[in-house]
Write a protein that binds this ligand. Structure first.
Ligand code: NAP
Length: 313
């Protein structure tokens, strides 16, 4: 089972999470929803950072109806629209006023397979949502993550839900400027899927660069990137439904989000899991060279930093 020394059942194998505060982006639906459920059921206070109040409230009502026992944690909506990095910053600032700790931050929300759309800030939406606004949110929350990490017996984690799809990025890839970030990839067999894969490569690069940085400054925080498995959150949502014929046959069991976010094994073997790439199946579970490319990670972050500086964010 690769990184997993034994099979892992989030319903029974997660420790008591009472007193822990967890923030997950998205979480009102899809893969994030079940992550919220398992963490709250072990007693965590989970912030569901979602853009749509009605959808979030309905999801929370549903979670409560399904039951948050035995740990009886809490689920709270935090307004967050990742299309606008200013909104991500504000959401982080609101959270910092509301909470005294943050044990786990999970980058989960994403645009998956959507038509090419440009944001008013001149960055394509999939890069803004999946990558840049998550970076802004994390940076805004960093002081609280650091403060929590400085407490005795703390175990602060940043979990980046990436995807094995990053491996499909082919050809020479650069992130030198906004043109590179906005590449439509028109010559790809499926430009929609290709843009998603690139955004997931960016997630991987960011996660490992963040771990390198945190380790270099002496922070004990663990950053983990993961592929959650292939889960059918596609069939009913055009234009994703075009991919239904691929997705449905390969849908399979998925567990590493809860493992990455809260398992005891990660706490006990931090050095092994710092900067790790977890997948539900497979052996090596180390990101390949593409995902670990330090030069490309720096290129990406330089471009993001320049963009944010120009926008005053
Ligand atoms: N499903 C898979 O097979 C698979 C495989 C590999 C990796 N992943 C990764 O797993 C994660 C979850 O995917 P999923 O399949 O659960 O997708 P999903 O069902 O489409 O859920 C995506 C979540 O992101 C939120 N979101 C989208 N745009 C947002 C924005 N502008 N601001 C705030 N939230 C926004 C959505 O909120 P709304 O409900 O408001 O749209 C939703 O909560 C993603 O990072 C994805 O790349 C999934």
């Amino acid at each position: 089972m690769g990184f997993f020394s034994k099979s892992f059942d989030p319903a029974t194998d997660l420790p008591d999470l009472s007193g822990k505060v967890i923030l997950i982006t998205g979480g009102n639906t899809g893969i994030g929803y079940s992550t919220v459920k398992h963490l709250a059921r072990r007693g965590a206070k989970v912030y569901m950072a979602a853009r749509n109040q009605t959808k979030a409230e309905e999801a929370i009502a549903q979670l409560k109806a399904e039951g948050l026992g035995p740990g009886n944690g809490d689920v709270i909506w935090l307004e967050l629209d990742l299309k606008d990095p200013r909104n991500a910053k504000k959401a982080g600032e609101r959270f910092m006023k509301q909470e005294k700790r943050l044990d786990v931050l999970i980058h989960n929300a994403a645009i998956l397979l959507e038509n090419y759309t440009m944001t008013p800030d001149g960055v394509q939406e999939i890069v803004m949502v999946n990558v840049i606004s998550h970076i802004v949110l994390t940076r805004t929350l960093q002081p609280l993550l650091d403060q929590t990490a400085a407490e005795p017996n703390s175990d602060v984690r940043i979990v980046v839900v990436a995807s094995g799809a990053y491996r499909f990025v082919s050809g020479e890839t650069h992130f030198r400027n906004l043109d590179d970030l906005n590449n439509e990839l028109k010559s790809s067999l499926s430009p929609t899927f290709a843009r998603y894969c690139v955004s997931k490569l960016m997630n991987m690069l960011y996660a490992f660069e963040l771990q390198r940085h945190l380790t270099a400054v002496g922070s004990p925080i663990t950053v983990i990137a993961l592929h959650p498995g292939v889960v059918n959150t596609f069939s009913d949502k055009p234009p994703r439904s075009n991919f239904k014929f691929i997705i449905e046959p390969i849908t399979r069991v998925h567990i590493p989000r809860q493992f990455a976010a809260a398992s005891e094994e990660v706490a006990e073997q931090r050095q092994k899991y710092k900067g790790a790439y977890l997948t539900p199946v497979g052996k090596a579970n180390r990101a390949d060279e593409g995902g670990k490319d330090e030069g490309l990670a720096k290129e990406l972050l330089n471009t993001v930093d320049k963009f944010l500086e120009e926008k005053g964010i």
